[in-house]
Design a protein around this ligand. Structure first.
Ligand SMILES: [Zn+2]
Length: 422
């Protein structure tokens, strides 16, 4: 028989227990450490990824996790373009700040020098034949080519014959109303900068630039993996994942700290590890901090190609990425793939009053759950939402800006859900 009152009071007790088990001061501290300048944006210049991985392995050990074999690390190679030590730009004599006023395009090769600017006709993006004729008669050799980023793809599509001429330029300068950094495994010539529209006009005359980019090939990074062995069903696993890598440095002057993306997710892994160590369940619980996510889910692709235990033994996987906000609730990716699991999660969320709302979303290849999903591992990817948190892939995605409104609620929900859904 089901006793609703007992159910409610035990929920209250469980909620109280969870609140004690999770330590917001430690969460804030851990996010701060992962976002500190020493971690260099958890990218691949200055060994940012390695420093972060060492720190996470130590935190896993301290929480009481054990490695598979004798190391928490699963190394794998990748190719990545990095920006260090100089990323500098002057427009008509005004020095611009990397990260705030301009960023290198992630595929930018290295280069330095001065160049006169030639502004491309916006009609080229529409394939205008007269504009193309004029552009084909212009010499770009040794010059800086200036264009709007919104025109860029159409321009290449509609005027492919112009590309060899534009490639003769000394530098490409795209303009954009917002700057969103990314990371790439390519380094192309000529150097390519993206300048915030407020810092450059179509009549800008000249630029001076220096981009020290280095394409690191066969760079060895690592996933960090630990687990708690289940007391009754050690071969069955619940898995929590969060990527720890981010976008690294923009020269010596700037780096992208990635507090929301995804220091907060790693901090959640550590809190869950502490909780499950103190309350060991019947099944095993595995924690994976992935590298290479920002380069195209490379860490999770590597893991699913070389798993440390059979993927079929994963009962459910919870991927956490962008969980530093939460005022507007959470989105659950893969909800439509697992409708019953989503309904149970919603019911639990309502009874725990954990998060303001859960929004279902279809499958999407947007984070580390995806390589598991395509190998038929049941998984949800949960991200929290706050329409007032504007920092995405930006130097201001800082630890001190994170509201963490949904962190406690998500922590309680994850524990309840993974126990209830087992
Ligand atoms: Zn990201």
């Amino acid at each position: 028989m089901f006793h609703f009152k007992i159910f409610l009071s035990s929920l209250f007790l469980i909620a109280f227990m969870y609140a004690r088990a999770q330590d917001m001061a430690r969460v804030r501290h851990n996010i701060g450490v992962l976002c500190a300048p020493e971690m260099a944006g958890r990218g691949y210049a200055l060994s940012g990824d390695k420093k972060a991985a060492e720190w996470i392995a130590a935190a896993f050990r301290q929480a009481g996790l054990q490695p598979f074999g004798n190391s928490f690390f699963q190394p794998f190679p990748l190719t990545v373009n990095t920006f260090y030590p100089q990323v500098a730009l002057k427009v008509d004599g005004t020095v611009l700040q990397p990260g705030k006023d301009f960023i290198p395009n992630p595929v930018s090769g290295k280069g330095r020098g001065k160049a006169r600017l030639v502004c491309l006709d916006t009609l080229l993006a529409k394939g205008d034949s007269l504009a193309l004729k004029n552009a084909m008669q212009t010499s770009y050799k040794g010059k800086g080519v200036l264009f709007r980023m919104t025109d860029y793809m159409q321009l290449l599509e509609r005027c492919p014959e112009l590309l060899p001429k534009l490639n003769q330029a000394k530098v490409w300068v795209g303009t954009a109303p917002t700057l969103t950094a990314h990371i790439s495994g390519q380094a192309l010539q000529p150097p390519f900068l993206i300048v915030h529209s407020k810092n450059i006009s179509t009549v800008a005359k000249k630029v001076a630039f220096r981009i020290d980019s280095e394409l690191k090939t066969n760079y060895i990074t690592q996933n960090v993996i630990g687990y708690i062995k289940g007391s009754k069903m050690p071969e069955r696993f619940v898995v929590f994942t969060a990527h720890y890598d981010h976008l690294g440095t923009l020269g010596k002057q700037a780096y992208i700290p990635g507090a929301n993306d995804n220091a907060a997710g790693v901090a959640m892994l550590i809190e869950l590890a502490h909780y499950f160590r103190q309350h060991p369940p019947d099944f095993s619980v595995c924690f994976i901090a992935f590298s290479g996510e920002e380069l195209g889910l490379l860490g999770s692709l590597h893991y699913t190609a070389q798993p440390l235990f059979p993927l079929a033994n994963i009962h459910f996987l919870w991927n956490l990425d962008l969980i530093g906000t939460g005022k507007d609730g959470a989105t659950v990716v893969n909800a439509s793939l697992h409708p019953q699991a989503f309904e149970r999660l919603k019911t639990l969320n309502d009874s725990l009053k954990a998060l303001p709302k859960l929004v279902p979303r279809a499958s999407a290849a947007n984070s580390d759950h995806y390589p598991f999903t395509i190998k038929n591992v049941p998984a949800f990817f949960i991200y929290l939402m706050d329409k007032n948190y504007p920092y995405y892939h930006h130097p201001d995605d800082k630890a001190e800006h994170l509201p963490l409104d949904g962190f406690s609620g998500l922590f309680r929900l994850l524990i309840s859900a993974c126990l209830a859904m087992f």
